[in-house]
Design a protein around this ligand. Structure first.
Ligand code: NZQ
Ligand code: ZN
Length: 387
């Protein structure tokens, strides 16, 4: 295990009716709020009204940044920074899925930078000062509500990059599983594929993390157990609650802080999103089993086999390589049959036209530093195997 500092200061309100604490929490940080949200789901569910009431009743002023898109674009960040400056904002309230949360988190740092917000990512700048961020999560997937990352896209430059700074961790997050009842079957599946992938990326990272490995097997098993329940019965509280808490813990730092290596499938998927603007969890679902097949060797087989045994009840008595292959097959079966996600890039309209560029970009941005380091050729092979 590498040395690490455990420091996860996000205050979490978990469960139904916890939003009664929203006004009091926002008030801790000042009087002026930037309320960030997405394309309209919170208006349909009534959450918008609940939030506005809490803001008004607490005597706070709110500026609104609406229409933050999935795979949030740097243009939304630019609009948010302007609003913060015009309204002398003290605290950012991000209400939505990972895209909205990431946008709010990135704004919290960009507001203190005099130049264009994209500079922070492009020039890898420090963020000594940030505004506090409060989140209300409406979709369980990314874990952005408790982590230090904001993933922002720049479509002109064909780049989607995760910006990782301790200062980006939200100060307060509200996790009410009932707010995820309205998430569609498809987005529920994509979210669960994302959570599963976060656990896999952690599982295939530093060696010697026996305790952490068992913990992440538990996360994967939880998501596998409850994903189909939530898809069949969207208002199953137990399923939604377990998925929601698993999402936060899959990436909140417990595993991440001990990881010296870059994440592989995420590095590849961010390129797919940068070029084709696809749903993150869907891209991961297609890539993950192909990555597993690509890295399968005598060295990696024990880990894959353990995953299969612990998460999918693969027979522990199988010869090592057969056990590892059975784990990959079980992963495919869960992603493509149980969750019903598309199993190839071709199915979602992606061809081989950008594979060399995407592979090169993914490798340059980190895959050289993965647990199993990947070259441009490796990355190309994984993309082609996913077609
Ligand atoms: O925009 P609205 O109208 O709110 O609709 C959203 C959006 O269309 C909808 N939705 C969210 N909550 C809903 C709901 N619809 C009905 N009822 C609700 N309660 O779902 C759609 C997708 O939302 P989005 O926020 O894009 O999904 P997700 O949470 O999967 O976030 C994906 C983004 O997060 C990044 C991804 O790359 C992608 O950009 N990630 C962020 C990470 C982080 N911060 O640590 C790590 C992840 O690996 C990931 O890269
Ligand atoms: Zn992810």
């Amino acid at each position: 295990m590498v040395p690490f500092v455990y420091d996860i200061p996000t205050r979490v309100y978990f469960g139904e009716n916890q939003l009664t604490h929203l006004g009091q929490e926002l008030s801790r940080f000042g009087k002026s709020v930037l309320f960030v949200y997405g394309g309209g789901s919170i208006r349909k569910t009534g959450l918008y009204d609940t939030v506005m009431s809490a803001i008004r009743e607490s005597g706070l002023h709110a500026a609104e940044l609406s229409g933050v898109e999935p795979n949030p674009k740097v243009d939304s960040v630019r609009r948010g920074v302007e609003l913060c400056r015009e309204n002398d904002v003290d605290v950012i309230l991000a209400v939505g899925g990972g895209s909205v949360l990431d946008c709010g988190k990135y704004i919290s740092a960009a507001v203190f930078h005099d130049g264009d917000p994209w500079d922070l990512i492009e020039k890898n700048m420090p963020t000594p000062k940030t505004l506090p961020v409060v989140t209300i999560v409406t979709m369980a997937a990314t874990g952005s509500e408790m982590d230090t990352v904001a993933v922002i896209s720049n479509m002109e430059k064909k780049l989607k990059i995760g910006f990782n700074r301790p200062q980006l961790r939200p100060a307060v997050s509200f996790l009410d599983p009932t707010l995820t009842y309205s998430v569609s079957r498809y987005q529920t599946a994509c979210g669960c594929a994302d959570i599963f992938s976060h656990a896999v990326e952690t599982y295939f990272n530093d060696k010697g993390m026996y305790m952490v490995d068992r913990f992440f097997e538990g996360i994967m098993r939880t998501v596998v157990k409850y994903a189909s329940v939530a898809m069949e019965k969207p208002d199953d509280y137990e399923a939604r609650a377990n998925i929601m808490w698993a999402a936060s813990w899959a990436i909140n730092g417990l595993g991440r802080i001990m990881q010296p290596y870059a994440w592989s499938c995420h590095g590849l998927e961010h390129q797919l999103s940068a070029f084709y603007d696809i749903t993150h969890g869907l891209g991961l679902a297609i890539l993950t089993p192909r990555w597993m097949e690509h890295i399968l060797s005598e060295d990696t087989a024990p880990r894959l086999r353990d995953l299969g045994v612990s998460v999918f009840d693969v027979d522990p008595g199988l010869p090592l390589m057969d056990g590892a292959k059975a784990a990959i097959e079980a992963t495919k079966k869960w992603l493509f049959e149980t969750l019903g996600l598309a199993s190839t890039l071709t199915e979602i309209g992606i061809g081989d036209e950008h594979i060399p560029e995407m592979a090169h970009s993914a490798v340059t941005l980190g895959l050289k530093r993965a647990f199993i380091p990947l070259t441009d050729q490796d990355a190309e092979d994984i993309f082609r195997a996913s077609l």
